[in-house]
Design a protein around this ligand. Structure first.
Ligand code: GDP
Length: 197
């Protein structure tokens, strides 16, 4: 079932100013330029809910959206841009950390990775950190229409093998494309039952 209503609520730089944690919440995060804005627009069926920018490092705030008056979708700042200063990177890391530790209603974190790029230390470190803190996450592969099925399968297998070096089980994977809308129903069908608790 497609999203009926999607509205922007608030952007902020302080986790304690986020909306009251009165609905299930799902956060989307990934390295800058991974395709996060495109994925959010694709999922919600809105062409410009989240800003799509060719310029890395634009989304530096915690952005809350309310979906179907039922759940919060959160667009988190991209991590790991090379272009910003170390002190800014630390500031974003602190912001993300503050957010992740202050939302009792956060049911799942969608960690986006570009299917065209080999597993990166920054992404794996971020996932390790979530796992160590017991925060539930899944992996969303973006831009997958750029790959042949064989190449895509290789990417998924490489990721799985990398994750299994550290964990007994790999998190759930979603294969998506903002161009073809692949993965939309998979992600929305995953979210709905969690909402029902
Ligand atoms: P963000 O910085 O993570 O929010 O990434 P954007 O959504 O702004 O996308 C970054 C770039 O990747 C843009 O040029 C998008 O057009 C492109 N892009 C995003 N999603 C896809 C996709 O599914 N397939 C392809 N081929 N390009 C994509």
């Amino acid at each position: 079932m497609p999203v009926k209503q999607a509205e922007f609520l608030i952007s902020n730089s302080e986790p304690d100013k986020c909306p009251a944690p009165d609905r299930p919440e799902y956060a989307f995060i990934g390295r800058s330029n991974v395709g996060k804005s495109s994925l959010i627009n694709m999922l919600t069926g809105r062409s410009s809910l989240a800003k799509i920018s060719g310029k890395p490092g634009k989304t530096q705030l915690i952005n809350h959206f309310i979906i179907d008056n039922e759940w919060y979708l959160v667009d988190l700042p991209g991590y790991g841009y090379a272009q910003v200063s170390k002190s800014d990177r630390e500031k974003f890391a602190g912001l993300i950390d503050g957010y992740l530790t202050s939302r009792p209603n956060l049911l799942c974190i969608f960690v986006l990775v570009d299917a065209r790029i080999a597993p990166q230390k920054k992404d794996l470190d971020f996932m390790s950190n979530l796992g160590e803190r017991g925060l539930p996450f899944v992996i969303v592969f973006t831009k997958t229409e750029k790959h042949s099925p064989t190449k895509l399968q290789n990417t998924l297998d490489t990721y799985r093998a990398k994750l299994l070096e550290e964990w007994e089980e790999a998190p759930q994977f979603f294969v998506t494309s903002a161009i073809t809308a692949a993965g939309r129903e998979d992600i929305l069908s995953f979210i709905r039952p969690l909402n029902e608790g």
